[in-house]
Design a protein around this ligand. Structure first.
Ligand code: IMP
Length: 424
């Protein structure tokens, strides 16, 4: 029995979807525990490609039960669109999809507030995905939220939505000078989605407790990445949930002592979407090449991702933060045709060298990365299925990273398909 937490060890977009899909063949339950439709987990199999935002990435390889846990914030209309896409591929969701009755609902006013607040921040905008994530978590913590289990009681739902809308309309009208929202329209648009998803809403905490008792194997699928964590990331340029391993228990109801493994996913370089400090960001041809080779455009918003070299100071911080005991290295093939490859081993700040990731975002903005340079391997790493058969210079690069962070790579991904993965 393995109860494994899988987290992004960077700023998201590490290729978690592919790894979850791969591991789900031997997994009984795949559980999303935080975030919402801001995530975009891309899965490729046979000739299909699908981007999942809310449904866990365990639907297509084996028959794992897929759970949307209590820590997720759910836009019912976006979820219905996704259910339909999955069903179109031929997957039946009955007895496969389970949605926590305690998960909070994202309503249209959350998206309006997300976008209005971003507009108001001007040059200090966070660069959110505009999916209403922050305001939905605000409603939850302010104890004004509506939960999936509340959708069944239409009278109460109507009253709650009306109360929230009345409140928000005051702000929209008097503070933000924006058009008001119509509560009845929200309800009318929501009703068909509620009817469609209500068969899947249940007590997933009980479901998972029983799974733990039966010694089932469980994979807790994190969205976004450790450096976007609301507590431990580059605040305020973060998402509003806890993607780190600590968030997995709160967002699923699985107790900490049941967890057996923590698997981190990192790319062989780095990317970031949205604003905020990013010490190893490249603004030159190498950055352009990473973007082009790696097709680094957001799976949810289509935005070009900021690209840079691998940052070992940040990665080591993520390893310690999550207690990672396994790591998967993804997109190694993106570096196949680089003459030289760099990794950041230290930061320089005010004349001093450090390998500690600063918690102060202002300081992080001003650090200068110190790099170690590697010769590129200039040959294809794709279709290699044994670790030791990788190009010698690629092995040197990988072994240096392992030594620095003190955790082995148990998987190396050299392409988007399932079979383009070296299991060590
Ligand atoms: P929000 O989660 O939409 O509030 O956005 C907050 C920050 O997190 C922004 O910088 C987004 O670009 C970033 N973000 C949110 N979701 C993802 C993701 O799945 N991958 C990468 N970045 C993300």
């Amino acid at each position: 029995m393995k109860i494994r937490i899988l987290v992004g060890a960077q700023w998201g977009d590490e290729g978690k979807g592919k790894i979850v899909d791969l591991l789900s063949a031997d997994t009984d339950y795949v559980v999303r525990y935080q975030g919402g439709a801001n995530a975009g987990h891309t899965i490729k199999f046979d000739d299909q490609e699908i981007v999942l935002h809310l449904i866990p990435s365990g639907m297509f390889n084996g028959d794992a039960k897929c759970v949307i846990g209590n820590g997720v914030v759910i836009d019912p209309i976006a979820l219905v669109e996704e259910i339909e896409e999955v069903e179109e591929i031929g997957v039946t969701l009955k007895d496969r999809l389970f949605i926590s009755s305690s998960a909070h609902v994202i309503l249209p006013y959350h998206k309006v507030l997300d976008n209005v607040k971003e507009k108001n921040r001007g040059k200090d905008a966070i660069g959110t995905t505009g999916r209403g994530i922050g305001p939905a978590y605000v409603s939850k913590v302010a104890r004004l939220g509506i939960r999936m289990g509340d959708l069944a009681n239409r009278e109460k739902l109507k009253k709650n939505i009306q109360q929230n809308v009345d409140d928000i309309n005051k702000a929209l009208e008097h503070v933000y000078n924006e058009p008001k929202i119509d509560a009845q329209k929200i309800l009318d648009d929501l009703t068909p989605a509620i009817d469609r998803i209500s068969p899947y809403i249940c007590n997933t905490t009980e479901l998972l407790h029983n799974a733990v008792d039966k010694k089932a194997s469980i994979l807790l699928e994190g969205a976004q990445g450790s450096l976007l964590d609301v507590d431990h990331g580059t605040y305020p340029y973060v998402t509003s949930s806890s993607p780190t391993a600590g968030g997995a228990c709160a967002g699923s109801g699985i107790p900490p002592l049941a967890i057996t493994n923590a698997l981190g996913i990192t790319k062989a370089y780095s990317t970031r979407v949205g604003n905020g400090p990013y010490p190893t960001e490249l603004f030159d041809e190498a950055g352009e090449k990473l973007r082009k080779n790696g097709a680094e455009f957001g799976a949810t918003t289509g935005r070009p991702r900021r690209c840079g070299w691998l940052d070992l100071v940040a990665l080591k911080y993520a390893v310690r933060l999550n207690g990672l005991n396994e790591l998967a290295l993804t997109k190694l093939d993106v570096l196949d045709d680089f003459e030289t490859i760099k990794v950041c081993t230290h930061y320089e700040h005010n004349g001093a060298k450090t390998d500690v990731f600063p918690l102060d975002t202002g300081e992080l903005e001003h650090v200068k990365p110190v790099y170690k340079e590697f010769e590129g391997w200039n040959s294809s790493s794709r279709n290699i299925d044994s670790f030791d058969d990788l190009p010698k210079k690629a092995l040197e690069y990988i072994r240096f990273i392992e030594e620095y962070i003190g955790v082995p790579f148990t998987m190396v991904s050299t392409g988007p398909k399932r079979n383009e993965t070296i299991i060590r």
